[in-house]
Write a protein that binds this ligand. Structure first.
Ligand code: GTP
Ligand code: MG
Length: 195
Protein backbone atom coordinates (compact mmCIF):
# COMPACT_ATOMS: atom_id res chain seq x y z
CA UNK A 1 0.00 0.00 0.00
CA UNK A 2 1.10 3.54 -0.56
CA UNK A 3 1.33 5.02 2.92
CA UNK A 4 2.46 8.31 1.43
CA UNK A 5 -1.07 9.08 0.37
CA UNK A 6 -2.35 8.95 3.95
CA UNK A 7 -4.25 11.97 5.13
CA UNK A 8 -5.89 13.07 8.35
CA UNK A 9 -9.37 11.61 8.70
CA UNK A 10 -10.67 12.43 12.20
CA UNK A 11 -9.96 12.62 15.92
CA UNK A 12 -11.89 10.77 18.58
CA UNK A 13 -11.92 11.23 22.35
CA UNK A 14 -13.63 7.90 22.87
CA UNK A 15 -14.78 4.77 21.13
CA UNK A 16 -18.17 6.10 20.10
CA UNK A 17 -16.48 8.87 18.10
CA UNK A 18 -14.26 6.51 16.09
CA UNK A 19 -15.07 5.88 12.40
CA UNK A 20 -17.39 2.98 11.68
CA UNK A 21 -15.97 -0.24 13.03
CA UNK A 22 -15.39 -1.83 9.65
CA UNK A 23 -12.44 -1.99 7.32
CA UNK A 24 -8.94 -2.41 8.71
CA UNK A 25 -6.76 -0.34 10.95
CA UNK A 26 -3.40 -0.55 12.69
CA UNK A 27 -2.79 1.47 15.85
CA UNK A 28 0.51 2.96 17.01
CA UNK A 29 0.85 2.65 20.78
CA UNK A 30 3.57 3.33 23.29
CA UNK A 31 4.70 5.38 26.21
CA UNK A 32 4.52 9.13 25.98
CA UNK A 33 7.36 10.59 23.90
CA UNK A 34 8.37 7.20 22.40
CA UNK A 35 8.01 8.69 18.91
CA UNK A 36 4.62 7.44 17.71
CA UNK A 37 3.58 10.58 15.88
CA UNK A 38 7.08 11.00 14.43
CA UNK A 39 7.04 7.42 13.14
CA UNK A 40 3.69 8.01 11.45
CA UNK A 41 5.07 11.11 9.79
CA UNK A 42 8.17 9.23 8.67
CA UNK A 43 6.11 6.37 7.29
CA UNK A 44 3.84 8.70 5.36
CA UNK A 45 6.63 11.02 4.26
CA UNK A 46 4.95 14.06 5.73
CA UNK A 47 6.33 16.09 8.59
CA UNK A 48 3.01 17.53 9.56
CA UNK A 49 0.52 14.69 9.31
CA UNK A 50 0.64 13.92 13.05
CA UNK A 51 1.63 16.57 15.56
CA UNK A 52 4.84 15.85 17.44
CA UNK A 53 6.47 17.59 20.35
CA UNK A 54 9.42 17.59 22.72
CA UNK A 55 6.87 17.77 25.52
CA UNK A 56 5.39 14.36 26.36
CA UNK A 57 1.61 14.19 26.19
CA UNK A 58 1.29 15.92 22.82
CA UNK A 59 -1.25 13.48 21.38
CA UNK A 60 -4.35 13.45 23.53
CA UNK A 61 -6.95 12.10 21.14
CA UNK A 62 -7.20 8.98 19.03
CA UNK A 63 -6.24 10.27 15.59
CA UNK A 64 -7.27 8.45 12.43
CA UNK A 65 -5.42 8.74 9.12
CA UNK A 66 -6.82 7.08 6.03
CA UNK A 67 -4.45 5.44 3.60
CA UNK A 68 -7.18 4.39 1.21
CA UNK A 69 -10.82 3.39 1.45
CA UNK A 70 -11.32 1.54 4.73
CA UNK A 71 -7.61 1.40 5.61
CA UNK A 72 -6.58 3.47 8.61
CA UNK A 73 -3.48 4.21 10.62
CA UNK A 74 -4.25 5.26 14.18
CA UNK A 75 -2.11 7.47 16.41
CA UNK A 76 -2.88 6.73 20.05
CA UNK A 77 -2.21 9.08 22.95
CA UNK A 78 0.95 8.13 24.82
CA UNK A 79 0.88 6.28 28.06
CA UNK A 80 2.44 7.53 31.26
CA UNK A 81 2.62 11.27 30.92
CA UNK A 82 3.43 12.15 34.51
CA UNK A 83 2.02 15.66 34.59
CA UNK A 84 -1.49 14.60 33.66
CA UNK A 85 -3.83 14.54 36.69
CA UNK A 86 -4.69 11.10 38.08
CA UNK A 87 -8.35 11.39 37.05
CA UNK A 88 -7.32 12.02 33.44
CA UNK A 89 -5.00 9.01 33.49
CA UNK A 90 -7.91 6.84 34.61
CA UNK A 91 -10.05 8.31 31.87
CA UNK A 92 -7.30 7.64 29.31
CA UNK A 93 -6.94 4.07 30.48
CA UNK A 94 -10.66 3.55 30.23
CA UNK A 95 -10.85 4.85 26.65
CA UNK A 96 -7.74 2.93 25.57
CA UNK A 97 -9.01 -0.33 27.04
CA UNK A 98 -12.33 0.26 25.35
CA UNK A 99 -10.61 0.92 22.04
CA UNK A 100 -8.27 -2.07 22.23
CA UNK A 101 -10.86 -4.55 23.38
CA UNK A 102 -13.80 -3.58 21.26
CA UNK A 103 -12.36 -2.34 18.02
CA UNK A 104 -12.93 -5.13 15.54
CA UNK A 105 -11.30 -3.16 12.74
CA UNK A 106 -7.96 -3.45 14.55
CA UNK A 107 -5.77 -5.95 12.66
CA UNK A 108 -2.48 -5.25 14.38
CA UNK A 109 -0.68 -3.11 16.89
CA UNK A 110 2.61 -1.29 16.44
CA UNK A 111 4.25 -0.81 19.84
CA UNK A 112 6.96 1.82 20.00
CA UNK A 113 9.68 1.83 22.62
CA UNK A 114 12.63 4.14 22.98
CA UNK A 115 15.57 1.80 22.35
CA UNK A 116 17.27 3.23 25.43
CA UNK A 117 14.33 2.24 27.68
CA UNK A 118 12.72 -0.90 26.23
CA UNK A 119 10.11 -3.14 27.87
CA UNK A 120 8.89 -0.92 30.65
CA UNK A 121 5.81 -1.93 32.60
CA UNK A 122 3.38 -0.51 30.05
CA UNK A 123 5.15 -2.29 27.18
CA UNK A 124 5.01 -5.58 29.03
CA UNK A 125 1.30 -5.01 29.63
CA UNK A 126 0.63 -4.34 25.95
CA UNK A 127 2.65 -7.39 24.96
CA UNK A 128 0.71 -9.61 27.36
CA UNK A 129 -2.55 -8.17 26.20
CA UNK A 130 -1.90 -8.62 22.47
CA UNK A 131 -0.64 -12.17 23.00
CA UNK A 132 -3.76 -13.11 24.93
CA UNK A 133 -5.99 -11.34 22.39
CA UNK A 134 -4.21 -13.08 19.50
CA UNK A 135 -3.57 -9.71 17.92
CA UNK A 136 -0.35 -9.39 15.89
CA UNK A 137 2.15 -7.03 17.49
CA UNK A 138 5.10 -5.34 15.80
CA UNK A 139 7.61 -3.59 18.03
CA UNK A 140 9.62 -0.60 16.85
CA UNK A 141 12.75 0.12 18.83
CA UNK A 142 12.67 3.83 18.12
CA UNK A 143 15.33 6.52 18.26
CA UNK A 144 17.81 3.83 17.17
CA UNK A 145 20.03 6.74 16.08
CA UNK A 146 20.68 7.43 19.78
CA UNK A 147 22.81 4.27 20.04
CA UNK A 148 25.87 3.17 18.08
CA UNK A 149 24.97 0.64 15.38
CA UNK A 150 26.50 -2.29 17.26
CA UNK A 151 24.71 -1.45 20.49
CA UNK A 152 21.40 -1.04 18.65
CA UNK A 153 21.81 -4.45 16.97
CA UNK A 154 22.61 -6.00 20.31
CA UNK A 155 19.47 -4.54 21.87
CA UNK A 156 17.44 -5.82 18.90
CA UNK A 157 18.84 -9.34 19.15
CA UNK A 158 18.28 -9.50 22.87
CA UNK A 159 14.63 -8.59 22.45
CA UNK A 160 14.24 -10.95 19.49
CA UNK A 161 15.39 -13.80 21.68
CA UNK A 162 13.00 -12.89 24.48
CA UNK A 163 10.10 -12.70 22.02
CA UNK A 164 10.90 -15.80 19.98
CA UNK A 165 8.22 -17.82 21.75
CA UNK A 166 5.46 -15.49 20.52
CA UNK A 167 4.68 -16.28 16.87
CA UNK A 168 2.61 -13.14 16.30
CA UNK A 169 5.20 -10.75 17.77
CA UNK A 170 8.01 -9.18 15.74
CA UNK A 171 10.55 -6.44 16.35
CA UNK A 172 12.75 -4.09 14.32
CA UNK A 173 14.93 -0.99 14.67
CA UNK A 174 13.49 2.36 13.65
CA UNK A 175 14.65 5.94 13.47
CA UNK A 176 12.54 8.86 12.37
CA UNK A 177 15.59 11.08 12.48
CA UNK A 178 17.62 8.90 10.09
CA UNK A 179 14.54 7.47 8.34
CA UNK A 180 15.69 3.91 8.89
CA UNK A 181 13.34 0.95 9.13
CA UNK A 182 10.60 2.50 7.02
CA UNK A 183 10.53 -0.24 4.37
CA UNK A 184 10.48 -2.97 6.96
CA UNK A 185 7.56 -1.29 8.73
CA UNK A 186 5.66 -0.83 5.43
CA UNK A 187 6.11 -4.51 4.66
CA UNK A 188 4.70 -5.54 8.02
CA UNK A 189 1.71 -3.25 7.59
CA UNK A 190 1.10 -4.60 4.07
CA UNK A 191 1.18 -8.11 5.50
CA UNK A 192 -1.54 -7.18 7.99
CA UNK A 193 -3.69 -5.01 5.74
CA UNK A 194 -3.61 -7.35 2.78
CA UNK A 195 -4.04 -10.60 4.73
P1 GTP B 1 3.04 11.60 22.70
O1 GTP B 1 2.12 12.07 21.64
O2 GTP B 1 3.31 12.61 23.75
O3 GTP B 1 2.64 10.29 23.29
O4 GTP B 1 4.51 11.35 22.05
P2 GTP B 1 4.90 10.55 20.73
O5 GTP B 1 5.15 9.13 21.07
O6 GTP B 1 3.92 10.80 19.64
O7 GTP B 1 6.33 11.19 20.39
P3 GTP B 1 6.70 12.27 19.27
O8 GTP B 1 6.63 11.63 17.93
O9 GTP B 1 5.93 13.52 19.49
O10 GTP B 1 8.25 12.48 19.58
C1 GTP B 1 8.72 12.86 20.85
C2 GTP B 1 10.10 13.49 20.73
O11 GTP B 1 11.04 12.51 20.31
C3 GTP B 1 10.20 14.62 19.72
O12 GTP B 1 11.06 15.61 20.23
C4 GTP B 1 10.79 13.94 18.50
O13 GTP B 1 11.52 14.83 17.68
C5 GTP B 1 11.73 12.93 19.14
N1 GTP B 1 11.94 11.75 18.26
C6 GTP B 1 10.98 10.99 17.69
N2 GTP B 1 11.52 10.00 16.94
C7 GTP B 1 12.86 10.16 17.01
C8 GTP B 1 13.98 9.44 16.44
O14 GTP B 1 13.85 8.46 15.68
N3 GTP B 1 15.23 9.88 16.77
C9 GTP B 1 15.44 10.95 17.57
N4 GTP B 1 16.70 11.28 17.86
N5 GTP B 1 14.42 11.65 18.13
C10 GTP B 1 13.14 11.27 17.85
MG1 MG C 1 2.09 11.72 19.66
Amino acid sequence: LNYRQASFYKSAAKLSQCPENEGREVAFAGRSNAGKSSALNTLTGSNKLARTSKTPGRTQLINFFDVQDGVFLVDLPGYGYAKVPEAMKKEWQHHMTDYLERREALVGLVLLMDIRHPMKEFDQMMLNWSVSANLPLHILLTKADKLKQGAAKQELNKLKQDLARFPLVSVQLFSSLKKTGVDQLSMKLDEWFLA
